[in-house]
Design a protein around this ligand. Structure first.
Ligand code: NAP
Length: 294
């Protein structure tokens, strides 16, 4: 493992996130070289000790590893297409957001040019980068991650997910699905309680208690999914579906949006129609696993 703060790093792309990444490496003591299409965005970093490379090629030469953080994957190809750069032997770590298919395609693109490639995803806002709150996910060859794990640790809490380059992107969107689902459920309850004069701050601790309690069910429910067996140990799906109907009725009666409860009920009803009413809630994985375009 390369664990010296002397390890030189290169950052390509100095938007809000790229500047935060470069700043965290500088703070940790790494010789940091930067490049950005609009070079003025490097001014503050240069004042803090970064070196501004005149070309992408110079930037790549300077670092043992190169982190790329630009708007999207088309920007990555445009950037390297517009700059005739030799990638052979370089390690590229692409923290640009995108899909799993884009990550796998970029891995093939890098491999064809003789580069080593890790894909990654940043689950943090720029101000959290450099703290433990910033989760930075990586996928691709394990050996390349392990060689640079300590250096990457300057950015936050880094993790390795597996050899499939698409995994970081998949975990990224899975995390977002979790985040938005919890927030939307909380907003649904908040909207209902506000009709009775209960403000959001009063309801929030109760909502937090429920969310924490439900989160504790996940490992046991995951076992049911992985074994493909869903005995109703706590409650049956048809019991949950009746409570969903109650949620729809209450939302409608107090005049708040019932779209989300109706969606939940629609999915449960389909599983019940398929004969799963007597099984436990995670049997719905079969509904989530189906492609539906309606
Ligand atoms: P940003 O502030 O809009 O910066 C975009 C960067 O991409 C700039 O450096 C820009 O260069 C560069 N760029 C765009 N098109 C280019 C092209 N054709 N050729 C060369 N460079 C190009 O965006 P950001 O917030 O830093 O986000 C960067 C990535 O991090 C995105 O994929 C984003 O989803 C991800 N991310 C961001 C956050 C966040 O909170 N900001 C959180 C997680 C993940 P110029 O300066 O020359 O325009």
């Amino acid at each position: 493992m390369n664990n010296s703060t002397e390890t030189p790093v290169t950052i390509i792309g100095l938007g809000l996130m790229g500047r935060a990444l470069a700043g965290a490496f500088l703070k940790a003591g790494h010789p940091t070289t930067v490049w950005n299409r609009t070079s003025s965005k490097a001014d503050r970093l240069v004042a803090e000790g970064a070196r501004l490379a005149p070309t992408v090629g110079d930037a790549l030469e300077a670092g043992s590893l190169t982190i790329i953080c630009v708007t999207d994957y088309p920007a990555l190809y445009e950037l390297f297409g517009a700059n005739d750069v030799e990638l052979g032997g370089r390690l590229l770590i692409n923290l640009t957001s995108g899909s799993s298919a884009q990550a796998r395609e970029a891995a093939r693109w890098a491999e064809q040019r003789g580069a080593r490639y890790l894909d990654g995803a940043i689950m943090a806002i720029p101000s959290a980068v450099g703290t433990a709150d910033a989760a930075i996910l990586h996928s691709g060859p394990r050996a390349d991650f392990e060689t640079h794990e300590s250096t990457l640790g300057a950015l936050g809490t880094v993790s390795y997910l597996g050899a499939d380059h698409g995994l970081a992107s998949l975990y990224d969107v899975a995390g977002l699905a979790m985040m938005w689902s919890v927030l939307n459920a909380w907003l649904q309850g908040t909207a209902m309680l506000r009709t009775a004069g209960v403000d959001a701050a009063t309801y929030a601790p109760f909502a937090q208690q429920i969310a924490t309690g439900v989160a504790a069910w996940l490992p046991g429910y995951a076992e049911q999914i992985d074994h493909g067996s869903f005995p109703a140990e706590v409650s049956a799906l048809e019991t949950d579906a009746r409570a969903m109907e109650h949620l729809i009725e209450e939302s409608t009666a107090v005049g708040v949006n019932a779209e989300l409860p109706k969606l939940l009920k629609t999915m449960a009803d389909r599983a019940i129609a398929a004969g799963h009413g007597g099984e436990q809630y995670p049997v719905l994985i079969e509904e989530f696993g189906k492609l539906r375009n309606d």
